[in-house]
Write a protein that binds this ligand. Structure first.
Ligand code: ADP
Ligand code: ADP
Ligand code: MG
Length: 447
């Protein structure tokens, strides 16, 4: 096992990884930008290295600075967290070329799935159903129009290199297509350095259901059930839960088994998530995330498995610490992503936190790097806390979540706590009756 791990991230996920390392007796090296010098992940780590100024390209995306920090500190492995360099195949390769272990899948799998078009082709080859769409990239709007006419409107234009809910444009009819094509291509070029686009049939009321997988370098792959991440705004997840209110045990075993088999064929190792849309009883592959996901704690609650510890063990070459039969699902977990934004207008609200009180009590978990007096910098993702609860059933989880949200105090900045309160008080949510556009409809109606 490693003696020292460098954590190439910030915020709650850097803390999450630090905690797993600590429990395993592994020393941690934090990296941070100048603006994050007083951040919690820096304070808790055994060592820290400043890797550059606040803008991410000069710090958290600065590969030479991060690799140098690992070499200087003698870290044997690097955990990339999510976002930043976590899905950068070249980073994984460079790390390995320096004799440092990358805590994640093989770089070839990161590269493959990072290109959503290649991922679609691979999904077909592996026998997973995909959303109907163009056969490869569409290089000009006339070609997109031909495909869209065949599929029938509405369609989505998607950036092959997109992520984080960006690079996806809804096109209602042919009149909108040319403008949408130019705009999305420019956005993709600017945001991801790759303007390749493809067309997908727009599903009107799907759920987003994803399957968590874990694999070792000896060829074993298991699934850890699903997460329902249908509560979204602008293609970004807001609330996630496990199990999905839409699936029963047999359906879970069926789709989970198919995904695990597919990943075994691929030779996938470490953790990953295969994302699907689910409509009228059918699954449609949309993409695969070759990393730890933001919402991994809901799976940890219902399985009792520490996914980050497992990631570290798997990266060191250990076999999976459980078999498919060992995985037992228990109860229900729900996660709320709390961001530093106004709950009505979604205007970002960075700044200094006054009083901070995180909820606690039975089966309540708060993953956050915030403390009283902390300043939320404007430079990064607005996620400031994940509130996750567990209950023996969905009702109990909801009761606990309602209570925990009431207890949560973050003064001095706007947060989305009031949005979460409104959302879970809604009858549709209580019934588990929602799809990926449900929250946007609720917000439009003024909830
Ligand atoms: P998850 O699937 O784990 O819920 P998200 O889509 O919320 O992940 O993304 C997690 C973080 O990673 C966010 O900060 C998001 O902005 C960032 N991210 C994800 N994919 C990309 C990408 N392709 N390029 C840049 N940032 C990304
Ligand atoms: P990202 O890489 O940004 O996470 P995804 O392909 O995973 O992009 O899609 C993000 C979200 O966009 C989905 O969870 C879903 O809400 C919506 N979406 C994506 N593809 C479709 C589709 N074909 N029809 C309807 N909604 C879609
Ligand atoms: Mg996605």
């Amino acid at each position: 096992m490693f003696d020292k791990v460098l954590i190439a991230n910030r915020g709650e996920i850097a803390l999450r990884i630090h905690r797993a390392c600590r429990e395993m007796g592994i020393r941690t090296v934090a990296v941070h930008s100048e603006i994050d010098a007083n951040a919690m992940h820096v304070r808790l780590a055994d060592e820290s290295v400043c890797i550059g100024p606040a803008p991410a390209p000069q710090s958290y995306l600065n590969i030479p600075a991060i690799v140098a920090a690992a070499e200087i500190s003698g870290a044997e492995a690097i955990h990339p967290g999510y976002g930043f360099l976590s899905e950068n195949a070249r980073f994984a390769e460079i790390v390995e070329e320096h004799g440092i272990t990358f805590i994640g899948p093989r770089s070839e799998h990161i590269r493959l799935m990072g290109d959503k078009l290649a991922a679609r082709d691979k999904a077909i080859e592996l026998g997973l159903p995909i959303v109907p769409g163009s056969d490869g990239a569409v290089s000009e709007s006339a070609e997109a129009a031909r495909v869209a006419a065949e599929l029938g409107y509405p369609v989505l234009l998607k950036a092959a290199a997109g992520g984080g809910g960006r690079g996806i444009t809804l096109v209602r009819d042919e009149a909108e297509l040319t403008g949408a094509f130019t705009r999305t291509q420019q956005e993709a070029e600017a945001g991801f350095g790759d303007g390749s686009l493809y067309v997908e049939k727009f599903l009107e009321r799907p759920r987003h259901i994803e399957i968590q997988v874990a694999g070792d370098v000896h060829g074993n792959v298991v699934h850890l059930g699903e997460r329902d991440c249908s509560v979204q705004r602008r293609h970004q997840k807001v609330v996630e839960e496990a199990p999905s209110p839409a699936l029963n045990e047999a359906q879970r075993a069926e789709i989970g088994g198919r995904v695990a088999d597919a990943m075994k064929k691929l030779g996938y190792s470490n953790v990953g998530t295969v994302e699907f849309l689910y409509e009228n009883g059918a699954f449609y592959f949309i993409e695969m995330n070759t990393r730890l996901q933001v919402e991994h704690p809901v799976t940890e609650f219902v399985t009792g498995i520490d996914l980050v510890r497992e990631q570290i063990q798997l990266a060191s070459g250990a076999p999976l610490s459980f078999t498919q039969d060992d995985i037992k699902f228990s109860g229900h977990a729900i996660e709320c992503r709390v961001t530093a934004e106004n709950a009505r207008t979604f205007t970002p609200s960075p700044g200094k936190v006054g009083t901070y009180h995180a909820p606690g009590g039975m089966s309540v978990r708060v993953d956050s790097a915030v403390y009283a007096g902390y300043s939320v910098p404007p430079s990064y993702d607005s996620l400031i806390a994940k509130l996750v609860v567990h209950g023996r059933n969905r009702n109990e989880a909801m009761m606990r979540l309602r209570r925990a949200l009431e207890e949560f105090v973050v003064d001095g900045i706007d947060t989305t706590i009031p949005l979460h309160q409104a959302l879970i008080a809604n009858q549709d949510f209580a019934n588990g009756d929602y799809d990926v556009k449900w929250l946007e409809r609720l917000l439009e109606s003024g909830h």
